[in-house]
Design a protein around this ligand. Structure first.
Ligand SMILES: [Zn+2]
Length: 625
């Protein structure tokens, strides 16, 4: 009886641990995506290799490890010392154990009812057996799976059910903390100290686990860098409370001073984001800028005058885009979520926003993000993918079969990296908005109902798998702070559409793209064409409004931000930053000189690959409209 009471106390204590130790399934590393470039996390080469990927025994484990011998079967007990009821209980316990070995559980029946009805006389037998089987599981005699099946049999006896379920919880938490240590070691072996430390928030007392402590001691500088990277990640994702508890969990691991420095940095950032805010007049300061996906491979697009048109007119190269980001950052702009501009309650623009002192609001939007299959091998990437840690990167298969995975040739990973370097460039974790069409899917996935042409049809892609992959990319982008909007389904000139075509285009976008990206209030007119304003006050505008779109975007170099005249939503023009704009500026077009000069000097950012087209050709010749 005494041992049973001790066991019950142990269960209660362990259950407290269970509550503290949270499941950590999503952080499990897998090897499905192999990248050949560095991940966003800084890796440190001088990490100490760890020989084994299995959980290492610890001096002070979270769960007390008991290594008694396996439980004796009832044959080993002198039957003469047992009552008839006790013998029957032992026999049932044996049956349950035999079933568990085959990963099965006994169900409720007359035998469990009988044990239950004689509970006071078989209590010691049943509970002692459960304790012994638990010890046996701890010593490695049976697997977790078998132990769980065994306890599920015991749970069929109403009086034993609570204890049995308690044992299952305790064992489950032991498995989980074991797998956290295992994953921790795997991340360290890969040099991913940030990811490794982020696992520890799910262990109640990481500093009591010797494996973790030892690794911290032998890789202190690498762990410090990892902690700094993690705190930055929490900052730029605006997960400030999570960042705080992350740091708490790392106390006692030998880097407390560094943790304090990081906690101070996190707190200063919280004040910057949440406390030291001032009213900013949006109507006079908002800068609304758009471009398209980047020219990832300028050497392909700028081969000749005839290939220039592929992406050269609509798009920027990486170096051009990064130069603009730097200029905007230096001018004091901060990226703000487009949704913050619409006052839903009063269906009106927000004229002021509370923003960090000295910052001006910046809306960044990116059109299409289709990676149209007809434009493969023309200098853009093929699609956005996720790396093994869930970060968005790019995938391109070149004409010669070479496959390239990169974090450095498309807007999305570039902006993510930029805000990590300059966390004060994002307000509340916002990144920008992707305006999707639907005619050839999104993000390089063929999620649409019909293949765009025979070539695509011949690929025989499975639409459902394309949708699943696209959703994963969208969720990762959303987690990173990106928002999504409609750019219509077909990218038609909407002013040429009949009322019924307009509506069916809208419906199709909602069915095929909206279903993947979720509800949105953001709509961007293709080509900036709203029929000179006509489409912004007719029944079709109302149709868009009634279907959830409230904030409409056009194209125009001059800043413009106002309520729609028909009372249905709000509108803002966007400044194009494209190859075409670079040409117009270099030609001295008045509007461009006036509207771009105060942001950056477009003449100074031309990519070396584009430069030959600056003086040799007039825009008309290379196709600039
Ligand atoms: Zn477009």
């Amino acid at each position: 009886m005494k041992k049973v009471i001790i066991a019950l106390i142990a269960i209660c204590l362990a259950l407290v641990c269970v509550i503290i130790i949270k499941i950590c399934v999503s952080d499990t590393p897998d090897d499905t995506v192999i990248t050949n470039t560095s991940t966003p996390e800084a890796t440190t080469p001088e990490s100490t290799p760890v020989g084994t990927a299995t959980p290492t025994p610890t001096d002070e484990p979270i769960i007390p490890v008991v290594t008694d011998p396996p439980p004796p079967l009832h044959e080993t007990i002198d039957p003469d010392t047992l009552s008839g009821d006790e013998k029957a209980a032992y026999t049932w316990c044996d049956k349950a154990y035999e079933a568990a070995k085959e990963s099965k559980s006994l169900s409720k029946g007359s035998d469990t009812e009988s044990i239950n009805s004689k509970w006071s006389s078989v209590y010691d037998v049943v509970c002692n057996q459960m304790t012994r089987y638990y010890d046996y599981y701890l010593s490695g005699g049976i697997s977790y799976k078998s132990f769980e099946c065994l306890m599920n049999s015991y749970a069929q006896i109403p009086s034993a059910s609570g204890i049995a379920k308690g044992y299952i919880e305790v064992a489950k938490s032991k498995e989980q903390s074991g797998s956290i240590v295992d994953n921790f070691v795997q991340y360290v072996n890969k040099g991913k100290y940030m990811k490794a430390t982020m696992l520890l928030k799910d262990i109640s007392n990481a500093s009591s686990i010797v494996t973790i402590k030892d690794l911290f001691a032998s890789n202190t500088d690498a762990f410090k860098q990892g902690i700094t990277a993690a705190v930055t990640e929490y900052m730029v994702r605006y997960e400030l409370a999570e960042g705080k508890s992350y740091l708490e969990a790392l106390k006692g691991l030998g880097v407390d001073e560094h943790i304090q420095t990081e906690a101070d940095r996190l707190e200063a950032y919280r004040k910057f984001q949440d406390v030291e805010l001032v009213n900013c007049n949006v109507t006079t300061t908002l800068e609304n800028i758009y471009t398209h996906c980047l020219i990832a491979y300028p050497e392909i697009n700028f081969q000749s005058k005839s290939t220039y048109n592929w992406c050269g007119v609509d798009c920027l190269t990486v170096s051009e885009f990064v130069a603009i980001l730097n200029a905007l950052y230096e001018k004091g702009y901060i990226i703000v979520d487009a949704n913050l501009f619409y006052d839903a309650e009063n269906d009106t623009i927000n004229t002021t926003l509370k923003l960090p002192k000295g910052k001006k609001p910046l809306l960044l939007t990116f059109d299409d993000v289709t990676y149209d299959s007809r434009k493969d091998n023309r200098g853009m990437i093929d699609k956005l993918i996720l790396d093994e840690d869930g970060y968005v990167c790019t995938y391109t298969k070149h004409a010669d079969g070479r496959e390239v995975i990169s974090y450095e040739n498309e807007i999305f990973p570039i902006i993510n990296a930029f805000v990590r370097e300059h966390p004060d460039f994002t307000f509340h974790g916002s990144r920008g908005t992707l305006f999707f069409t639907g005619f050839d899917g999104i993000c390089g996935y063929r999620t649409q109902s019909n293949p765009i042409d025979d070539n695509e049809a011949q690929l025989g892609l499975d639409r459902q798998s394309e949708i699943i992959e696209a959703k994963q990319v969208i969720e990762a982008l959303r987690d990173e702070g990106w928002t999504f909007g409609s750019h219509s389904y077909k990218h038609s000139r909407m002013s040429n559409l009949s009322a019924s075509s307009f509506r069916s285009d809208t419906n199709r976008w909602l069915e095929e793209v909206g279903a993947i990206v979720g509800d949105t209030i953001l709509f961007c007119w293709p080509y900036g064409d709203h029929g000179g304003g006509e489409l912004r006050k007719n029944a079709e505008h109302k149709y868009l409004f009634d279907n959830g779109f409230k904030f409409f975007f056009g194209c125009g170099a001059k800043r413009f931000y106002a309520n729609e005249t028909d009372g249905n939503g709000i509108f803002s023009d966007r400044k194009a930053i494209t190859g075409e704009a670079l040409h117009y500026y270099s030609l001295g077009y008045k509007t461009y000189i006036q509207e771009y000069s105060y942001l950056f000097d477009p003449n100074s950012i031309w990519d070396p690959y584009r430069l030959p087209y600056k003086s040799n050709y007039l825009p008309e010749e290379v196709g600039v409209k």
